[in-house]
Design a protein around this ligand. Structure first.
Ligand SMILES: [Zn+2]
Length: 609
């Protein structure tokens, strides 16, 4: 009640559009967080808008998993499910699980060289993927730490040394930092070098930045890189003056050695006589988050123990920052995630009201889920399929909504993923399309959102999205930019689909469509976008696309002939060399963003390699 009054009052103020909308969002929060609002069973643009404004307001701080604001969002969803008349599953609608969100250096980190006791965070820091251990051992200098055996490049820093059970001191980067095409690039990541050292039975690795690599000699900041597996040996980043102490007996400092290596392009390694005593302690911080789960039970006794799942993730990137998935990791600001994925979860809530009101018509039961921690690697949906509240084989289809708020008014383009995962999918989707949506299909069951977890369990999936855009994973993904009437149309279409799936005599016939998982290993394999560069282009600010291979990932991501690629994963691409270079660093299965210019307009595509 209070809320409504406040809203009306605010409308009379002459704020600019953006500020006004923010103000409304704020009042919704301060008021009654929307619970008290009467809702009708029908899907309405206004109700969608109200929910999206709530989820994407600054007060929810980007819904980062494990934060109080994340819990607030989950509670809001649970309460809406309850009001809609859903049966709450799991623990009163919440399915809790633990995730790692941050890494910290513990108190037990130490580093001693002869009688010098180094100071953590001033002289050294353990890297996030370091193993926790205590090692006292001799030390070997191993140049850039390469072991490269290619036709066009031979460089083995381990040739004449024995590093077994010793610390290895390694320079970061490579000797051709200026060279964008350098063959060293694919070998120069810290983690790759540590792996090589471990293959040679090193006890631990000390990494140091040369002067050319980082004149400021900044210590690495700890951030969780979403891989729980550590390197298997301790890894410490040390400052140059510490490296110089280790190298003292040689009469050279690390800067001089770096210059020599880079100028001659000849590798050399050597034993040192000192001992290094060090402990590493990396603490992975666990927090609790949750999925929110409710159900509308079917009416047909023969079918009600079969289920159709409809879900959307409600988490987002919080304040962004390095390692968060933000495309502007240097900017710490609320990533509101209005399209990604307040739009999807608002959609699930609206569908819950509508389907609950029509439950007499249901055969199979419908389960509604808001997933947590999707942005951290589909963690909520992965937890759900490992700990399902109903038998997994009784789940007959999964419909995932991720970024459904930006339907273009003219083009009405909707991307549907997973269309190859059942025999019947394509014909059903065509048949139900009375909304004149311009559907584009991609068959793969795996994809960059929660449906992938279900496809991995042989469940037919539907992945709906209105596509990526320039604000994707930035603080500018705001509520006022959404097309709520367009989203309503799309949801009405999805409602028909859910009712159809619930009522089918025989469930969908599952069909395999592409790999079940992201391939975790083999990151030295080459990946391809499946495009043909336009070699005739005179464009100097990007790479022209001369053709797109229909079987390639670029095609599935919506790339077209004539597009100009200007960035990959947020890093600029100005020519074919940049492009090749960026490509080299990508791993199969990885999802990347590609910024393009199409007919003068900037667009962002999400491409799964
Ligand atoms: Zn996202």
């Amino acid at each position: 009640m209070y809320n409504k009054q406040s809203n009306t009052r605010q409308h009379t103020h002459s704020f600019g559009g953006f500020i006004l909308l923010q103000a409304i969002a704020l009042l919704l929060l301060i008021g009654n967080t929307g619970y008290g609002q009467e809702r009708i069973p029908e899907i309405t643009a206004m109700e969608l808008q109200r929910d999206v404004f709530y989820f994407s307001s600054d007060l929810l701080k980007g819904r980062y998993p494990g934060t109080p604001e994340d819990d607030l969002a989950a509670e809001y969803i649970r309460n809406q499910f309850q009001k809609a008349g859903l049966t709450l599953l799991s623990d009163d609608g919440f399915q809790h699980f633990n995730i790692v969100t941050t890494v910290e250096a513990g108190n037990r980190n130490s580093l001693r060289i002869a009688d010098y006791e180094a100071v953590m965070k001033e002289d050294f820091i353990p890297l996030a993927f370091s193993k926790n251990d205590h090692i006292s051992a001799g030390v070997v200098f191993a140049g850039y730490g390469f072991e490269i055996d290619e036709d066009s490049l031979q460089w083995n820093d381990y040739e004449n040394i024995d590093v077994q059970n010793k610390w290895v001191l390694i320079l970061r980067g490579d000797p051709e930092l200026e060279d964008q095409e350098s063959l060293f690039i694919s070998y120069s990541a810290d983690r790759d070098k540590v792996l090589t050292a471990r293959d040679h039975d090193a006890a631990g690795v000390l990494l140091v930045s040369g002067v050319e690599y980082d004149s400021k000699d900044k210590l690495e900041e700890l951030h969780f890189d979403k891989t729980l597996s550590n390197a298997g040996i301790p890894v410490i980043h040390i400052k140059r003056h510490i490296a110089d102490k280790i190298l003292e007996e040689t009469g050279e400092n690390i800067g001089q050695i770096e210059t020599l290596l880079n100028d001659t392009l000849r590798h050399f390694s050597f034993d040192l006589s000192g001992r290094i005593d060090a402990s590493t302690e990396i603490i992975l911080q666990e927090v609790q988050t949750q999925n929110v789960i409710g159900m509308v039970e079917g009416n047909d006794p023969d079918f009600l123990e079969e289920y159709i799942v409809v879900g959307a993730h409600y988490d987002h990137l919080g304040l962004g920052g390095p390692g968060s998935g933000s495309r502007v990791p240097d900017t710490l600001a609320v990533h509101n995630g209005a399209d990604d994925n307040a739009s999807g979860v608002a959609g699930v809530i609206e569908l819950a009201y509508k389907i609950s009101a029509n439950k007499k018509k249901l055969k199979r039961s419908i389960i509604f889920i808001a997933f947590g921690a999707e942005e951290m690697g589909l963690l909520g949906s992965a937890y759900f399929v490992k700990n399902p509240p109903v038998d997994l084989v009784s789940i007959k289809a999964m419909v995932n909504l991720d970024m459904i708020g930006r339907l273009d008014k003219e083009k009405r383009a909707v991307m549907v993923g997973g269309t190859g995962t059942s025999e019947e999918t394509e014909s059903i989707l065509h048949k139900l399309n009375k909304e004149q949506l311009s559907l584009s299909f991609s068959p793969e069951g795996y994809g960059p959102s929660d449906h992938a977890s279900f496809y991995g369990e042989n469940i037919p999936v539907f992945f709906f999205s209105t596509g990526a855009h320039i604000d994707y994973h930035t603080p500018d993904d705001d509520a006022y930019k959404l097309n709520y009437y367009g989203e309503k149309d799309l949801l009405e279409y999805i409602d028909k689909l859910l009712m159809y799936l619930s009522g089918m005599e025989e469930p969908l016939t599952f069909k395999e469509a592409g790999p079940k998982k992201r391939s975790g290993k083999g990151y030295r394999f080459k990946v391809t976008l499946g495009i043909m560069p336009d070699f005739t282009s005179t464009e100097e600010n990007g790479l022209g696309v001369g053709g797109v291979n229909k079987d390639g990932p670029a095609y599935s991501g919506g790339m077209k002939k004539g597009d100009l690629i200007v960035a990959m994963d947020g890093k600029p691409v100005t020519n074919i060399y940049d492009y090749m270079n960026r490509l080299k660093k990508l791993k199969p299965g990885q999802t990347i963003t590609v910024d393009i210019i199409r007919q003068g307009e900037k667009k962002v595509l999400i491409i799964q390699l």
